[in-house]
Design a protein around this ligand. Sequence first.
Ligand code: AHR
Length: 492
Amino acid sequence: MKYVVNARSKKAEIDKNIYGHFAEHLGRCIYEGIYVGENSEIENTDGIRNDVLDALRKMKIPVLRWPGGCFADEYHWKDGIGPKENRKKMINTHWGGVVEDNSFGTHEFLRLCELLSCEPYIAGNVGSGTVQEMSEWMEYMTFSGVSPMSALRSENGREDAWKIPYFGIGNENWGCGGNMRPEYYADLFRHFGTYVRNYGDNKVMKIACGPNSDDYHWTDTLMKQAKNQMDGLTLHYYTLPTGKWDNKGDATGFTEEEYFATLKKTYYMEELLQKHSAIMDFYDPEKKVALIVDEWGTWYNVEKGTNPGFLYQQNTMRDAMIAAINLNLFHKHADRVKMANIAQMVNVLQAVILTEGKEMLLTPTYHVFEMFAKNQSSQLLESHLFGEFIGTGEQQIPSVSESAALDQDGNIILNLCNTDPHLAKELDVELLGFEVGEVQATYISGDISAHNTFAQKELIKKQEFSDYTKTNNGLLLKLPPCSVIAVVVKTK
Ligand code: AHR
């Protein structure tokens, strides 16, 4: 297969935030997965488990969305500040009806972001909150002068204001966030957004709730009614193998047919990005409003024997393919897509990390994020693959997913994924306008349903990739079956 990359043709900056994550008060994501409390036997820093912190740091997480999700529109931030023993306990109605003791709140979340050196993205409550509540949250977090909220913050042990660069005004307000019509939500967005203030030098991006997958009317209405008030519009799309919510398909033990059907559903993201971008282009040709895919990933039936409200699922090489395909699609649409947040970071849906008590493992999806991290803030390059399609019946997909970028040191990065379960693919890479020097490459590969377990934590792990030779104008690569490969080509 011929693959041409033009090193002289830069298309757009790949925003680092495309590698963003999402952590909700859902199942074992926050509690146990991230936060175990200061008195836990699990080694921690201010209650946040050290093993998870170390893994996330290696992955270079740039931005983290919190506290939901559907949870966001039921969350009242004042319940989660002050002495822990005084914090209100509530029912997490959306997710398993369990008691939420609010021991992880604003201070703990922003401490987590500090420890990860990542930026916070807060999702505010429109569905069941008030304008005043939202306004005061921003004041509490970002105002450094004399005010009731900054005084409360100091009382709670934090003198300095934090920086909040991203604020979401509601979540899924077409569904769990209030079942609203877009016309109504657009007005609420303008109303609530007015009081999300910029204090001092904090410059917040105001992010509107966008469509549920292919709801183009929602995008059209929001852009028409509120584009001048917004900096970003979200998009949510999950990959369900069957496309049905009552039986989504299992995370493991699936057939090859289901594998191709799932990947085909992931490729639907391309159509969504194209069509929503086209609507946005009509209203906003200068691309001032970012498209923010702040929930994406796979959603399977929960693992047998686990709480159905906890959305705990395994993560296989199929998920690695899906992560690579989506990230490549986001790269290709980097002119409009400025942030994406995989759902969710630990123990929920397409997680990069799974925990069981004090044990932790990295999923195949983790390795894709870690290998592709070099794309953060790189320049997308023009690239073309003279490829082929594979699959079963109508479930035909490109056999290789690709994107190429120029990193900040002038190296070419090739992001490749061979989705063929059985056959290696030879790629004849031509790098136009580039003299090939040293090459470094890593990969993961395995059976389509291969995954890491607590009994075998490293069945899938990152390895050095050496199946390549240099040619006159590029490289000849042999991509193993069902693999994700990250290649860094230095110049001479
Ligand atoms: O990520 C799980 C849920 O999916 C989120 O809470 C909600 O926003 C979406 O429906």
